[in-house]
Design a protein around this ligand. Sequence first.
Ligand SMILES: Nc1ncnc2c1ncn2[C@@H]1O[C@H](COP(=O)(O)OP(=O)(O)OP(=O)(O)O)[C@@H](O)[C@H]1O
Ligand SMILES: [Mg+2]
Length: 491
Amino acid sequence: MHDLILPPYAPVFLDSLRALGYSAELAFADIVDNSITAHADCVQIFLAPVDGRCAFIDNGRGMSPEELTEAMRHGGNIMAQHRSDTDLGRFGLGLKTASLSQCRRLVVVSKRNTDAHPVARIWDLDEIERAANWVLLSSDDSGEVLKLPYATMLMDQGSGTLVLWEKLDRFINHGQTPEDAFQHRLDLIEPHLSLTYHRFLSASGKDRSLKILINGRLIQPTDPFFTKNSATQKLQVEEMRIDGHRISILPYILPHTSKLTREERLQLQNEDGGRAKQGVYVYRNKRLMVHGTWFRLHARDELSKLARVQVDFPSALDHLWKPDVRKANLELPVAVRDSLGRIVNRIVGQSKQVFRHRGRKTNQENFEYVWDRIETREGIRYNINRDHPVISAVISSVASTSAMPIEHLLRLIEQTIPIHALYNDMATRADIALQGTEERQLRAKIDELFDLIAALPAENKDLVLRSIIRAEPFSRHPDLVERLIKEKISK
Ligand SMILES: Nc1ncnc2c1ncn2[C@@H]1O[C@H](COP(=O)(O)OP(=O)(O)OP(=O)(O)O)[C@@H](O)[C@H]1O
Ligand SMILES: [Mg+2]
């Protein structure tokens, strides 16, 4: 028996690695991960169709010529032995696999400190094919290096690294114009970075903060837990230790849509009303790895869509969570499954309560309802929604004297709804629908509405009017209501 050294055949091996399954946004994140690990607090990304290139410039600690060469090696050895507990890397692959999944030429320029010259290393798949070998283009001549696109930007800072993708062959799909292709990518990349790094982007104080700019525009963090909203319920954090390393589980219940700010509501709408993004959010060293899954502990459903759980684990426990090369998949460790399952069951129940209390399904979230449907252990109850604009206007108009008689009145109505008669009529009489809001009835209601707001100060009138017509019954006929209001005003 004798040993053979059998390295991979470079052109085929590299071509196969391109098929690891990176999307553009996952590839971008792999480059940003490296900048964070290098202690950069700013990453500038340039992506322009006219340029046909994509550039990442960070102000991290940079690399010496030897470090840069090793960094270009697939499965580089430089960090493997001494990764810190803030390192976002693991495999010694991301820089190469992410970049070459999108382009055929990867240029990396780095500068270690103010006095150092920038040096460059390049993997060019065409050169590798031509030479049928692992040919790494290399230059330590700063005059030559600074002629590379964007390289002079490094000279404005003490240290840092430029990653440049050229020959972007995977960026533009067949039949797309470069403008459309770049815009389409950006539409996915920006939200991905804004969510993946939200804890770095919003960090302050002693936590390490980060700025990411795309074409000069600052990326804002997307907080999936709406922690700035005081109506978000932050539940008890649970911690467990495995081999001395801490895993924490922090559940949140998001507020009902009626309590969200305009921006938060927009965010939720973009997330399929929250439905698609419910579930567990797992962070490795504060970087989001996986989200919007219940790990089969619970099925995604309409009523649990306000439940989100933040799970944090350190990279020291990678052997349990088993992240994949793209940092897009994790395995839920057996040791965590039971605790998480128990917590998920509890908070899913609480998320349902938010809806039951509101008595609404949120697919009609722009409306305010007169009646809340409430499920309790004793059964279903219907309560008058004190937040409905008309009802709250009436309550506050008498609040200065005493709100008690109004409260008595509301309770009396709630306790005496003729449920049985209604049920019987609904089942047997077609003409019950006449209670609906036809034009004549709406007109009468608008007359009443104008009487109601007549006493208000002029500057409040329009505000109150607008908020009331968003509620039932007006909300069901917005065009008709607009017309009737115009007629009323013009009289
Ligand atoms: N922007 C950067 N600044 C400084 N060093 C960097 C930068 N990018 C990469 N490196 C160095 O190059 C090495 C290789 O990077 P690469 O992304 O290929 O692997 P990794 O980050 O170690 O692991 P992973 O495959 O999980 O990303 C890093 O470990 C780091 O030492
Ligand atoms: Mg990396």
